[in-house]
Write a protein that binds this ligand. Sequence first.
Ligand code: SF4
Length: 479
Amino acid sequence: MSEYHRDLKPFQDSMHEECGVFGIYSSEKRDLTRSVYYGLYALQHRGQEACGIAISSDNKILYHKNCGLVSEVFTEEIMDKMPEADIAIGHVRYSTTGEDRFNNAQPLVFNGKLGKFAIAHNGNITNAKKLRDQLLHENILFQTSLDSEVVGTLINKYSEDRYIDGILHAAQMLDGSFSMLIMTRTKLIAIRDRHGIRPMVLGQIGLDDYVIASETSALDAVGANYVRDIEAGEMLVISSKGLQSTKWANEKKEFCIFEYVYFARPDSVLEGTSVYQARKESGRQLAKHFPVEADIVSGVPDSANVAARGFAEQSGIPFVEAFAKNGYVGRTFIKPKQGMRESAVKIKLNAIKSNVQGKRVVLVDDSIVRGTTSKQIVQMLRDAGAKEVHLRIASPAVKHPCFLGVDMQTYSQLIGAYRSVDEIRDIIGADSLAYLTIDMLKDACRNKQNSCDFCAGCFTGEYPVKIDMKELDKMVFDD
Ligand code: SF4
């Protein structure tokens, strides 16, 4: 796994989105590599393991990808070598497997029967192994362990005169989640799974240039205006003929609620709801329903700070920073050996003694996954002289794994899976612990224009897609 995370929960103590995608269609040839670079830069929090950009220029598809952060992989020298283009797509990847990292970097470029095409995929195809086995029996070989390669192979197999027919055929065969960009030599195609689980938005620059991204913050980064979210079960084709939308499935949208809790940037707006406002409202709800007498409210940096401010606003208890964060701990930070992990958290985060000494502290966090970091953070506050530490979590207990594009696939990784709130409180060592309920969280994330429902599978165990555990077991491909 990556050694760098955007917040202070190292060593898989938080959930991680596996990817971010960004694509651009321009009416005139221009330096799209730099546009995608800025877009991917804005999506770096969604994946730090590898990244890549593919462009369509003069009917050729060219690409560059590698392991590393966007700023490491795309140097000035590399970008100067990429020619001007009409279409480009990019990808940032968070890897869970680690092996063969380079081959698993995206976009994946295929030499298909109608010419080259490239894929950038965010999500997880839950029946990928079954589909892959069928293709292997047809003597089709695979070079990566990516479900996205299975998708590309299906697209090629079912395309006759046009790739879009193959894409529509393949989409009907796929279970799980996908927000995917496909670039042919002349088209940019965006497609979202039948429930719209992972995010995807459409933006526009001027009259004729279009941008597709995982989050609106990436549209802002390239000066694109937000147009709308891509719908669940929609395929949008962007070409010289303009936009052409096809609804290939008609099921209700069930958008990943964890995007609001943790994954997305607070300046993004997803499905019509501002992530910042959703987090602030979650904090307010926590204060309303789980009040506590205290002197200060603080958030675990950075992702819980907004919810902590909401808690402070609602309760009238002042928001005070309890921690200083070391902003220079990057991906080159060397993972300490077992037993030294406590000091690793301390290097990344330190309590501000003068703010917490002798105080009763409400500490707000966005979620608890494994609980090991929460325990260390609570202890850090006590060591700094806090009189009481009351933990308030701006989401329900994570009780179930995610099979839909997030790297948490076993129950044993979750402190909330088999324990009561009191047991968790005792393990973490807080004076009190309370979680937001799922209804409160849903209310905080809904807005009047937004009729979509949410996937909340990791909290409730009810997923929008049928999870075949036997099938999932087989998803660890044999080498
Ligand atoms: S189970 Fe659903 S809500 Fe939870 S992280 Fe996965 S997609 Fe998101």
